[in-house]
Every structure is written in C-alpha cells, then in structure tokens.
Design a protein around this ligand. Sequence first.
Ligand code: SF4
Length: 306
Amino acid sequence: MSEYVFNYYKSFKCIANKCKHSCCEKWQITIDKKSIKKYKKVKGDFKSALNSAIDFKTRSFNLLNGKCPFLNKDNLCELIISLGEDSLCSTCAIHPRFKNFFRGRVETGLGISCEEACRIILTQKEKQVLIKTDNKKDKLSKFDSEVLLYREEILNCIDLNKSVNENLNQILNKVNFNGKINYKKIADFLTKLERLDNNWEEKIKLLENEPTKKNEEYNLPFNQLLSYFVYRHISCAIDRVDLKTKTIFSVISTLIIKRICDNLNNNEGLKSVLETARAFSAEIEYSDVNLIEFYKFIERLVNLGE
Ligand code: SF4
C-alpha cells in the first residue's frame, strides 16, 4: 500500500488547553476493542477511574456534562498524563486525521472540525498537494485511477489567485450542473438534522438572507476550503454518478459557509470564516447520520437538476 500525506500535515500540533472547541467534548467517543482490553488490564490507582469513566457495554466514555471524564480542569487529558500517549484509544489517537483509502493507496489529511487543523489548512498560501512518503508503487483499480484523474481535473479548476465564485462556477460548468441553488430549501433541510451545538441553528438562519457583504479579501481561505472538500469527498465516490454528487457536495458546502460568513454581523473577519468552516465540519462531516442525509439531499438535487 503506497502512502501519501498532505503538504500541511507536518505543521499540525494539537493546541490542547488553548483549544476552544476541544474534540474531547460533545461527541460520543467510541473505544476500539484492543484499547478496551488494555484498559481492563490496568492496575493500581487509575483502575477505578477507568472503570467509572468507561461504559464497557457500548464501548465508549461516559461523558460528564458533555465532556470526556478524563479532560481535566486545564483541558488536558488525564489518560495521557497518567498512562502515557500510547494509552489513547484509536479514536483519540487518530483524531483529527482522516484517511482516503483506495485499493493499494492511502492518503492522510486533517479534518477541519479541529480548529487548529482548520486554521492551518485555510490559511495555507500554497496549493494543497499530496506528498508520497514511501517508494511503493500505486497499484490502483481501474475505477480508483478514474477517481484520481477526475479529482485532479476538478482541482485544476481551482486557482487560488481567483475569486472563489469564479472557481465554483468553473467547477459547476465542468460537471454540467445548471440547477438553481435554493438557500431557503437548504436552510430548511439543515434545520432538520441532528445538532451538536445550538449556535449552529443561528448560523443556518442566516442562509435565508441576501448577503450584506462579499468577503472578497478571504478568497484564499474559501478556495482552500473548496480544495479540502474536493480532496476529501470526491475520494470516497462509489461510482461515476457519485463523482458528480460529491463534486456538487463540495461546491454547495463551500457556498453555505461563504453565505453564512457574508451575512454575519460582526467584525471578526478571518476568525469568523475559520469558525464557520469548523462548525460546518463538526455538524455535517463529523456526524455519520448528518453526512449521509446531506449526501442524499445533494443526490436529489443532482438527479432533479433543481
Ligand atoms: S480539536 Fe484539535 S486542537 Fe483541539 S484538542 Fe482536539 S486535536 Fe487538539
């Protein structure tokens, strides 16, 4: 299996207690079987802490006031402090990394639901590119080769020096999508989804307003955002029709985030762009249920050409 990482990957370091939206809050954290076995073998003082913190039936941590019970008052992980970094279950050890799997090739990137990863990716000046980390040859299936070629063609439509609207239109033309983007319908749909944070509701409502500003100075972060969605979501397409769905998903996700930012009534500039992108990712990309529903919603748009 040949391995690739994105050029931003090495810049990442968890900001731990400086993080405002810690990944140790609000989500259900599932523990892999190997870690459960390891935790059951722990002896000494930490044993009872583990026993009360873990629901061994559902293989997850019992959240306390919505937080992982091992997140201490300084927002640091007590598991790492007491048992070392190797004691983390695979969910915690992997986050915020994501992997694109192909037959014979794997790509590792960072998910923007993590505020630090989001900052690194969206403020990067250079194009996002993949770097090979070994000398192995890609042994791809015919469809996987098609996906990579198609993804490259879509990425070639994104010029970081152009406005994000120009790049988005270029992509829509390339995939022959003439449907009208109805923000009221999108807002109604998003309102019905499972919610992680109630502040997201306020942001969804903004979609229905006509934009009050254009945020043209933030074309770079919006173009990086679009590239991130293309890299991540086109890669999991299952057939040719799905390639188009995942492309429209990338375009509409970028448009949603941009329209919310264009309607935000604050002076926080880039900070608002990063926070809106992070919130979208946490609410949609990082909820399996919401992501599937959103893919289905886009599929209907593509089929109806609405
Ligand atoms: S969200 Fe990112 S920066 Fe924050 S605690 Fe998790 S990994 Fe660290």
